[in-house]
Write a protein that binds this ligand. Structure first.
Ligand code: NAD
Length: 489
């Protein structure tokens, strides 16, 4: 099946922080892949803007190397790469001063293209950049801005940031990015839920026993130690990525697949989330890898803070107080240095009301697994009779709904979340971006949880490198007669 690429209108994309890690690893290789796919119009321009003292030629060389390193299989031939690099410019700019702004203004004004400004810089610079865009006449109605996480560190700072951005831009010009929402499977989750009759009638507390969301990483904090130690897993992962996944899995069907209709329903989920009791929270810190303590030190060494109480792992249980979900537990879990890199949403259905096959059958439950990484796909575990003679023995087999195999590998899973989201920005489609009130509601739920453990002087439990987190996390499920899905690649 041939891939359908819908071209977008001419645009200029300015990447503030165009020399940074995110730009080199994700944004620029992603744009190149869209260029190769024929989606980027031939006259589109990408302008890297950062503090490093480069000219456009040396910037192109830097981007060439970045694409070589991070471009992935999709990267096409050298002629395409040269043509893509020819669309790139670079400007030395100071987000906090006047350097470079006049040059940027000269480049941007006098065209009727779409203008997108990607704030791929530290959030402390978001306000400065927004202010200067307005001062130099670039915050007009054609402009849209893309802001990266973290969006605040609590409700107060998120509100302040929303207020600052709202001084210069309307809400429909602000694209708060959460790359989890750009994943193919996340959108497929909506298609599966709202495009089929099969699941929606069962999608409630009457038929669903519980839902689990796991985002497990094998990496440690790496070079982000200073930032991470002030944030922790709750702020860095739960408040944004896991909450967004929770919203999509739990929300009511929106009336239309339109940005505000979808985001209104997500907001209702966040607002209906119950506070989390202390005994429903497990926090952990990873220990050093005993086989290589130098390369894989423990958390406290990695962040250079021997008394750190920041969590690199969290598991918690919450409920959603509404008609659909009352009484259904939602278990969220995320951590670093775990057994495998794996993100998965699991919907575990209840037992059949009556078991006609004998004692054994109670162990068999339908489980819908939505895999987000490293491989994307959806499987539904169904119970069948084990083939062959020997009586009525039941086994669970996965019904594979992986679109990659069905639709042809080329078409689907090579569009990285970032490139999809950037094209959505150009198209002006905010469905997969967080609205200001959503972010604030997420912090309003998160803040008391964090304040609670700070007030209790809670110390995270140590857990082994390459494990599934502290044993208390296993107990969180076990004491309710449930268990986590295995963390496997
Ligand atoms: P980075 O430190 O690698 O790059 C920062 C960029 O900002 C550089 O290009 C630098 O020149 C530029 N910069 C710094 N001060 C400036 C100033 N005063 N004026 C103009 N430019 C200035 O950071 P990064 O990892 O690329 O992250 C960028 C943003 O994306 C951050 O908000 C980060 O939280 C977010 N983010 C990054 C990742 C990632 O994987 N790197 C993932 C998610 C979110």
């Amino acid at each position: 099946m041939a891939s359908r690429v819908i071209p977008v209108d001419d645009f200029d994309l300015v990447i503030f922080g165009g020399t940074g890690d995110l730009a080199r690893r994700k944004i620029l290789p992603g744009l190149f892949r869209r260029f190769c796919a024929g989606q980027m119009p031939p006259n589109a321009r990408v302008i890297g803007a950062a503090r490093s003292n480069l000219d456009s030629d040396s910037y192109r060389q830097m981007v060439r190397e970045a694409i070589g390193e991070f471009g992935g299989e999709q990267a096409c031939d050298d002629a395409h790469l040269d043509a893509f690099l020819a669309r790139l410019e670079y400007l030395v700019i100071d987000a906090r001063g006047d350097d470079g702004w006049e040059e940027l203004q000269t480049m941007m004004l006098g065209t009727d293209r779409i203008e997108a400004y990607y704030f791929s810089v530290s959030p402390v610079l978001f306000g400065d950049i927004a202010e200067r865009l307005q001062k130099w006449g670039m915050a007009d109605s054609r402009a849209r801005i893309v802001v990266e996480k973290p969006f605040g560190r609590d409700l107060q700072t998120a509100r302040a940031l929303n207020k600052t951005l709202a001084t210069y831009f309307n809400e429909d010009q602000i694209y708060r990015i959460d790359h989890y929402l750009g994943k193919e499977t996340v959108q497929n989750l909506m298609a599966v839920r709202f495009g089929n009759m099969l699941f929606e009638p069962l999608w409630n507390s009457q038929y669903v026993d519980h839902i689990q969301i796991t985002v497990a990483e094998t990496v440690g904090v790496g070079g982000r130690g200073e930032y991470y130690d002030k944030a922790g897993a709750m702020r860095d992962m739960v408040q944004n990525h896991l909450m967004q996944l929770l919203c999509l899995i739990a929300m009511e069907p929106p009336a239309r697949f339109a940005p505000d209709a979808v985001r209104d329903e997500k907001l209702k989920v966040i607002r209906a989330l119950d506070p989390v009791a202390p005994y429903h929270i497990v926090r952990g810190q990873y220990q050093a890898d005993p086989e290589n303590e130098v390369e894989r030190p423990g958390y406290r060494t990695a962040v250079d803070n021997p008394k750190s109480r920041t969590e690199s792992f969290i598991a918690l249980r919450t409920e959603i107080s509404n008609w659909r979900w009352a009484g259904t537990p939602f278990y969220l879990r995320t951590g670093k240095r775990l057994a495998a890199r794996s993100s998965e949403i699991t919907v575990v259905f209840k037992d059949t009301p009556h078991n006609i096959f004998g004692e054994d059958a109670g162990r068999h439950r339908n489980v819908l697994s939505i895999l987000l990484q490293p491989n994307e796909g959806i499987t539904l575990g169904v119970t069948i009779k084990e083939p062959g003679p020997g009586g009525m023995r039941l086994i669970d087999v996965p019904l594979d709904m992986s679109f990659a195999e069905t639709l042809g590998d080329d078409d689907v899973d090579h569009v990285d979340a970032y490139e999809r989201l950037i094209m959505d920005v150009i198209r002006g489609n905010q469905t997969l971006f967080m609205r200001g009130d959503e972010v604030e509601a997420a912090w309003a739920w998160t803040d008391p949880i964090i304040e609670g453990w700070e007030a209790r002087n809670d110390v995270p439990k140590p857990y082994d490198h390459g494990s599934t987190g502290p044993t208390d996390a296993t107990d969180l499920m076990r004491r309710e007669g449930r268990k986590w899905q295995k963390i496997t690649q």
